[in-house]
Design a protein. Sequence first.
Length: 97
Amino acid sequence: MAYDPGAIDATLAAALGDQPELIAELRFAFMESAGRALDALEGAQDAAAWRAAANRLKGLAASFGAIRLMAIAGEAAEVEPGDAAMIRRLRRAVERL
């Protein structure tokens, strides 16, 4: 499976230049936000909530240049709510960033 090693760091470095503390802070904020989106997916009670959480994660990934995560989150928006395999896939994609 392809993934985006260093995509977030590269995107942030391109935008911010040589500011490692700020890059680390924004990376941390991204990971926290991605975790909340994944938690929202797991807790979705209906298809609308599931799609909203998947699309939130997709937008977040797009904002940070995490193309692979963006693609998987887009797929997630199209599957049945509560798909455990999809949630595992998304969590792995986030962990690999």
